[in-house]
Design a protein around this ligand. Structure first.
Ligand SMILES: [Zn+2]
Length: 248
């Protein structure tokens, strides 16, 4: 007889009643739902669908109390030091409501319009400001992103400001730059359905300035090219040349 398989870490949880769940900390309750729904909850995943009304406030309180423990472990006297008195609360609020907000709130409302004018010319949106953080150190990543689109008659068009809102939603999570641009590309591909999609992101990683090599020239650029941008070198060149003109 073969030995029983070890239970994987993310195994389906034992069934719990709503009453039992209600007694758990909000983070555990949400994790329970994620496991049950077989969803991933990596740092750059959006988990809004599994969070119920009022639970974000509970999460914030939970992060605040853990942040207190972190400050204690750093041997910082948050009681007499008026500067750090309220730091745990501020950091919790910053994480949940601001810099990692893109994990906890649903995708912004975006109205799509049919391409009645049958626009089929290269369209460039950007630079869009990027404010993110690296998953490795939770240090800021600041930069910009350019989006190139080649619509066809079946594409859905979205308002210009919506590109910035979708970008912000994807970036306001602990991210890895390569994964961030792919996530953004997938989202836009699905909504707009263009013939071609190109994204270039250029960003400064503060973990390179603040720690480690302390390198001051640490901008990282990467890109995603899809559809017509992959097949057509001229289109790709046109996009990149317009982008470099815009950047100066
Ligand atoms: Zn980092």
């Amino acid at each position: 007889m073969s030995a029983p398989k070890p239970t994987p870490l993310h195994a389906a949880p034992i069934f719990r009643s709503e009453d039992e769940l209600a007694r758990l900390p909000a983070s555990e309750r949400i994790r329970y739902r994620l496991v049950a729904a077989e969803c991933r909850w990596h740092a750059n995943d959006n988990i809004a669908e599994h969070i119920r009304d009022g639970e974000l406030d509970e999460l914030r309180a939970e992060v605040e109390s853990k942040m207190h423990e972190v400050l204690k472990a750093l041997v910082i006297d948050t009681e007499s030091d008026h500067n750090t008195n309220d730091t745990a609360r501020r950091v919790a609020k910053m994480f949940i409501n601001e810099v990692f907000r893109g994990r906890y709130v649903p995708m912004p409302d975006v109205t799509e319009f049919p391409n009645v004018e049958r626009l089929n010319e290269l369209m460039i949106v950007g630079p869009i400001k990027v404010r993110s953080a690296c998953s490795h150190h939770l240090c800021p990543i600041l930069g910009k992103v350019w989006i190139g689109l080649l619509p066809n008659e079946h594409s859905n068009l979205i308002g210009l400001s919506k590109y910035a809102r979708i970008t912000d939603w994807i970036m306001s999570r602990p991210q890895i730059q390569e994964e961030a641009v792919t996530m953004l590309a997938n989202e836009l591909q699905e909504r707009v359905k263009p013939d071609g999609l190109a994204i270039v992101m250029e960003a400064d990683h503060f973990c390179m300035h603040w720690r480690g090599v302390k390198d001051d020239s640490s901008a990282m650029t990467n890109s995603v090219m899809r559809g017509a941008f992959l097949k057509d070198a001229n289109l790709r060149r046109e996009f990149l040349s317009l982008l470099s003109k815009k950047n100066t």
